[in-house]
Design a protein around this ligand. Structure first.
Ligand SMILES: Nc1ncnc2c1ncn2[C@@H]1O[C@H](COP(=O)(O)OP(=O)(O)OP(=O)(O)O)[C@@H](O)[C@H]1O
Ligand SMILES: [Mg+2]
Length: 285
């Protein structure tokens, strides 16, 4: 049994324009201690699969088929206390947009204290400052007093990592920091995420756009396309000898590979030239 078992998962969102199928039969298994990157173009379903692990879908979304099991337990069958336990004891999330997910009306210190108290830990100023020091925040006393809107993007990501890691989660789900972060800050944030996971032995599921960083941090990569995992294997072999045509086009579109003279053509263009328009991801509109 794997720690995470996602099988044939279908997730749909209700929208005014009809039902959007965000996951269309996605399958992924992850063992304890593994670091897996999930890559794929915008809208392929990365954030959806990440949130589905904790049954934390937005209110207009729901499971429409398949299963998600954590430690063998089907998260779709858990009642509220069961879900709360799963999220509190097993999962840590580093969201794509940390400022939006932090409580805007509460200072950083207050939010950290809530998490730490919930775990029965030490919520003294010194202990909270220590948590921020662990994520390389140079002036923790000052940051504890700030409201989320007073944080830079990189600082907010560090706070989000501190909050996630305070729980010592067995599974850390990290959504790619928004493009708003500059390259250096993103590198530092990633380093923090993987070093923190290394220390606690957490399994990492990292949802990413950045294949070069994936090659650096993860031995395994899964490629998503239109709500399915279309390729999954050791990073070295997926990047060097991709089997699925979508992965091939994803790699061809990478800037670093561009420099090596690989032809650039998007997968959609490639499909269009082969077999007309690809079918649309929306159903029941
Ligand atoms: N709350 C929502 N309501 C309606 N549709 C949604 C919602 N969340 C996601 N979707 C749709 O589901 C699909 C998958 O979205 P998702 O956010 O998982 O993609 P992603 O791979 O994380 O993209 P990105 O790289 O831009 O973060 C997209 O078509 C998206 O528009
Ligand atoms: Mg996303």
């Amino acid at each position: 049994m794997s720690l995470i078992e996602i099988d044939d998962l279908v997730v749909e969102f209700r929208t005014p324009r009809g039902t959007v199928r965000a996951l269309a039969g996605a399958t992924l298994h992850a063992s304890a201690g593994e670091r897996i990157a999930i890559v794929g173009e915008s809208g392929s379903g990365k954030s959806t699969i990440g949130t589905a692990i904790g049954a934390l879908l937005p209110a207009n979304g729901g499971f429409a088929g398949g299963t998600v099991r954590v430690d063998g337990v089907d998260v779709g069958t858990l009642d509220r206390p069961g879900l709360r336990r799963l999220r509190r004891e097993t999962l840590g999330f580093i969201p794509q947009d940390p400022i939006a997910t932090l409580n805007p009306t509460m200072r950083v210190g207050g939010q950290l204290a809530l998490v730490v108290r919930d775990l029965g830990g030490d919520a003294s100023r010194a202990a909270l400052a220590q948590l921020l020091e662990e994520v390389q925040i140079a002036d923790p006393a000052d940051v504890l007093r700030r409201f989320p809107h007073q944080l830079s993007g990189g600082m907010a990501q560090r706070v989000a990592i501190a909050i996630a890691m305070a729980r010592r989660p067995r599974i850390l789900i990290a959504d790619e920091p928004t493009a708003a972060l500059d390259a250096n800050v993103r590198r530092e944030v990633l380093k923090l995420v993987f070093e923190a996971a290394e220390q606690t032995g957490a399994t990492v599921v990292w949802l990413s756009h950045d294949l070069d960083a994936v090659a650096k941090w993860c031995r395994r990569v899964a490629v998503m396309y239109r709500g399915r995992i279309v390729e999954d294997g050791p990073t070295a072999s997926v990047l060097e000898a991709p089997e699925h045509p979508y992965t091939q086009s994803l790699l061809a579109a990478m800037p670093s590979r561009l420099r090596r003279g690989v032809e650039v053509r998007t997968y959609t263009e490639m499909l269009a030239s082969q077999a007309g328009e690809p079918d649309d991801a929306e159903v029941g509109a």
